[in-house]
Design a protein around this ligand. Structure first.
Ligand code: C2E
Ligand code: CA
Ligand code: CA
Length: 798
């Protein structure tokens, strides 16, 4: 992904997926649905029209057939065919009187009307007697009635005849009459006249009754409208009449669709055989069919709209979910880019998004792992360690909690003489050993260089110490090329709110007290360290004020002849007096700090100058001058211009350079810079200074270096003579002294505290002693008394 495209995206407006989806999916599907709806409505309307016509047709046919069957059944019920034979006998029986015949015919009328349901009016006509008998009695027969027609009278089988419609149509009048001729031989002697009930006609022929504006009519064979439905629509009736006129004018009455006054009508015809071949004609406006189907259409549209709406909502919800998921993923990625890997995504869908989230969570985990761990040792880094430890402490309320700080002795030395890769190898080995030595409740951190920290919850300190010692033992034997020594500082976490980094520092403070000590492996931090810590803080913050305000001063410790006690020299030792408490702070508490922060440069120069000033004052006072030695910190010895500075000082105070002796500590040799050191010593000696090796045999010096380095005097460290009462030790000291003498070195033995040490040293051949057995370091005034006046004096501790 290039920067350009990113920029481009920022300037153009972001197009939301949801909106895109609406434009690309929802709108087209709505339009498509609408089109489909329209098409389906048109198709269904068309199909509906056709099927309506079909259904009208079949209904009509069905009903006609039913009517046919019904009437046939009625006739059978009334036993009408047998009866007409009997009636023929009666009408033609000349033995019967008119009154008798009339009586028999009357009862026959009653019997028939009793049996028949659908015929409301029953008459029997006796042609010979001109007698027309009904339920209400005998009426005179009028031959002009529509059904008594010459053309029809020849028929011997029963038939229907429809009455023509007249203007003054009487609703009660029978529109259809069923004529059953009464036959005697070849003659028709009478008729059973059955008036078809109007309701029955409606029941049989009222077709497609749902249409309000429908008109139907029955047209007789003579072309007359003999019957039509009631409450019809005038306009439709117009159409029907028009159709009827067309038919009368010789055009066929066929099924069709016709337009009239801008409206469409469907016309249907059906010949009804049973009704004397009358024709059923009916007309329905298409509009009305449509209104019926409009309801269906509107229903379809409404259902479609609701479905589209539901589908759109579902799609919208679905896209919203996808968009939300995408936004979650975006936020998470943006957090990752800001370096926040704390949260993993919580989407658990079992689809592509779920897979994407899994992948991203994988990346988050990996990045978090990398952010929290040191890749070399696989340990937590400082900040992650602090967080994990805090959580562990909060969780475990029962145990005690310790931080163990582990430091490898002289690790930089290992890195210097071997390759870096060897250093790394050793670090990894130590890391693995530590992991092995503590159980799974421990948390491991690496603070860089050679510093490891381990958090261990514990109940018994002894168990913890045993593990520390075990780890120490394993570390010692982990490397064949050299012995690795690690020291351990232990500090408890007292409260879950303790700053873990401070606890680590405290463990470090404890560790420093045993670092380099081959006999002690670990130290446990306690309140005393707090005191030291306070002093440290005080030293850090007050050093410059102290120097400017003269709170640093010099004490002089005599160097004496072992036999005579004569003072042959002095060592200038710096002190710091805190004027607020009157406490005198010993150099052991501030020199290591100043060596770290560089202030030792200023302090040493102050002491050197002060010593020169003292020497000058002695000369001015006319004392027998004795040399004063000053300490040069390792930091200063390689400081460029140190030789010139000494030279400048002796010149400024006009004193002989051999009166200012220069003590260089044996530990300055550690830095593998023998040649540089030799150079400095040579230069100092060239300028006339005498150079002393301080703290010889305190642990670092190599005899070889001693042989080649041009020191004038060797100061044997207190450590060597501390146990001089042991005979082997005494022999060893004797050997060392002899060896140094062979090298033509002068010797000073330091730290001789008591008489028996002094006595023991006498026969080792050593001559000059600096120690409490003669004197502790003295203030200037006292020293002068001690060295030059021999008056009563007071030492620093008295
Ligand atoms: P050092 O140079 O080895 O000084 C000798 C230390 O041994 C002094 O401690 C002295 O008081 C102590 N001492 C002498 N005789 C005896 C004895 O019989 N018994 C015991 N227990 N101690 C004895 P001090 O004055 O506390 O100095 C400690 C160290 O501080 C010095 O060790 C030196 O390394 C450093 N130091 C002192 N003043 C200066 C200074 O001005 N500049 C630098 N760079 N370091 C200084
Ligand atoms: Ca010294
Ligand atoms: Ca010393």
């Amino acid at each position: 992904m290039n920067v350009k495209s990113n920029k481009k995206r920022k300037t153009t407006k972001v197009k939301k997926i949801g909106n895109k989806f609406t434009i690309l999916c929802v709108i087209p599907s709505v339009v498509l649905m609408a089109i489909l709806c329209f098409i389906s409505i048109s198709i269904t309307t068309d199909i509906s029209c056709k099927s309506l016509k079909m259904s009208m047709k079949s209904q009509a046919e069905g009903k006609v057939v039913t009517a046919d069957t019904n009437i046939d059944n009625e006739m059978r019920k009334a036993n009408i065919f047998k009866r007409r034979v009997e009636l023929a006998e009666i009408i033609t029986n000349e033995n019967l009187s008119d009154a008798e015949r009339k009586e028999i015919l009357c009862s026959a009328v009653l019997e028939i009307s009793y049996v028949l349901n659908c015929f409301s009016d029953v008459h029997i006509l006796s042609t010979n007697d001109n007698m027309y008998i009904g339920k209400s009695g005998v009426t005179e027969f009028n031959k002009n009635v529509y059904w008594y027609n010459e053309s029809k009278s020849g028929k011997k089988d029963p038939y229907f005849i429809a009455s023509p419609m007249s203007e003054e149509e009487n609703k009660e009048k029978h529109m259809f009459t069923y004529i059953v001729p009464i036959v005697y031989g070849n003659d028709i002697v009478g008729q059973i006249v059955l008036g078809l009930d109007d309701n029955y006609v409606l029941g049989v022929f009222n077709l497609a009754t749902n249409f309000k504006e429908q008109v139907w009519a029955i047209i007789s064979q003579d072309g007359e409208i003999v019957h039509h439905n009631r409450g019809y629509n005038e306009k439709t009736f117009e159409v029907l009449k028009m159709k009827h006129e067309n038919a009368v004018n010789g055009n066929n009455l066929d099924d069709s669709r016709t337009s009239f006054n801008g409206q469409d009508y469907i016309i249907h015809t059906k010949q009804i055989n049973i009704l004397d071949n009358a024709v059923l004609l009916y007309v329905v406006p298409v509009k009305e069919i449509f209104t019926q189907y409009y309801v269906t259409a509107i229903l379809i549209v409404v259902i479609s709209i609701i479905s589209i709406f539901i589908i759109a909502v579902c799609i919208r919800l679905f896209t919203k979910k996808i968009v939300n998921d995408i936004n979650d993923i975006r936020n998470s990625i943006s957090n990752i880019s800001k370096g926040d890997y704390a949260k993993e995504l919580e989407i658990t869908s079992n689809d592509e998004i779920g897979m994407l989230v899994d992948d991203i969570n994988g990346i988050i985990k990996k990045l978090r792992y990398q952010a929290e761990h040191d890749m070399k040792t696989d340990y937590y880094n400082g900040s992650a360690f602090a967080i994990k430890v805090r959580n562990a402490v909060l969780k475990d309320k029962k145990s005690s909690h310790a931080i163990i700080r582990v430091d490898i002795d002289n690790f930089s030395f290992i890195n210097d003489i071997y390759d870096w890769s060897v250093g790394d190898e050793i670090l990894i080995k130590v890391a693995n050993i530590l992991k092995m030595s503590f159980d799974e409740t421990a948390i491991f951190g690496y603070l860089g260089n050679d510093i490891f920290v381990v958090y261990v919850p514990y109940t018994e300190i002894d168990v913890l110490i045993t593990r520390v010692l075990k780890a120490s033992g394993l570390i010692k034997s982990c490397e064949q090329r050299l012995q690795i020594v690690a020291h351990f500082g232990i500090c408890d976490i007292k409260d879950a709110n303790d700053d873990i980094s401070i606890v680590c520092d405290h463990a470090g403070i404890a560790l420093k007290t045993v670092k380099g000590n081959m006999l002690v492996t670990y130290a446990i931090y306690n309140e005393k360290f707090d005191e030291n810590h306070k002093t440290q803080k005080f030293v850090e913050s007050h050093k410059q004020i102290a120097l400017d305000s003269g709170h640093f001063f010099i004490m002089l410790q005599p160097k004496c002849n072992i036999d005579t006690g004569e003072v042959v020299g002095a060592e200038a030792l710096v002190r710091w007096k805190n004027p607020d408490t009157n406490e005198v702070i010993s150099p052991g508490k501030f020199i290591p700090i100043f060596e770290k922060n560089g202030f030792i440069v200023n302090l040493d120069r102050f002491v050197w100058e002060e010593s020169c000033r003292i020497l000058k004052s002695w000369r001015d006072k006319g004392y027998d001058l004795i040399p004063v030695s000053v300490n040069v910190s390792r930091v200063n010895i390689f400081h460029s211009g140190v030789v010139d500075y000494f030279d400048m000082l002796v010149k400024r105070y006009n004193i002989s350079p051999d009166l200012l002796e220069i003590e260089i500590t044996e530990s300055a040799l550690l830095e593998d810079n023998e040649n540089r050191l030799r150079e400095v010593i040579d230069k100092l000696r060239e300028k006339g200074f005498r150079v002393l090796m301080d703290d010889f045999a305190s642990g670092y010096s190599s005899m070889l270096a001693l042989q080649t380095l041009p020191f004038d005097v060797i100061k044997i460290d207190k450590a060597l003579i501390d146990h001089i009462d042991i005979s082997e030790n005494k022999e060893f000291v004797r050997g060392v002294v002899a060896f140094l003498k062979d090298l033509k070195k002068k010797i000073v033995i330091e730290g001789v505290e008591n008489e028996w040490q002094k006595e023991a040293l006498k026969d080792t051949g050593s001559k000059i002693i600096q120690g409490y057995c003669f004197s502790r370091p003295l203030c200037l005034e006292d020293f002068e008394k001690y060295a030059f006046g021999k008056d009563e004096i007071q030492s620093e501790d008295e």
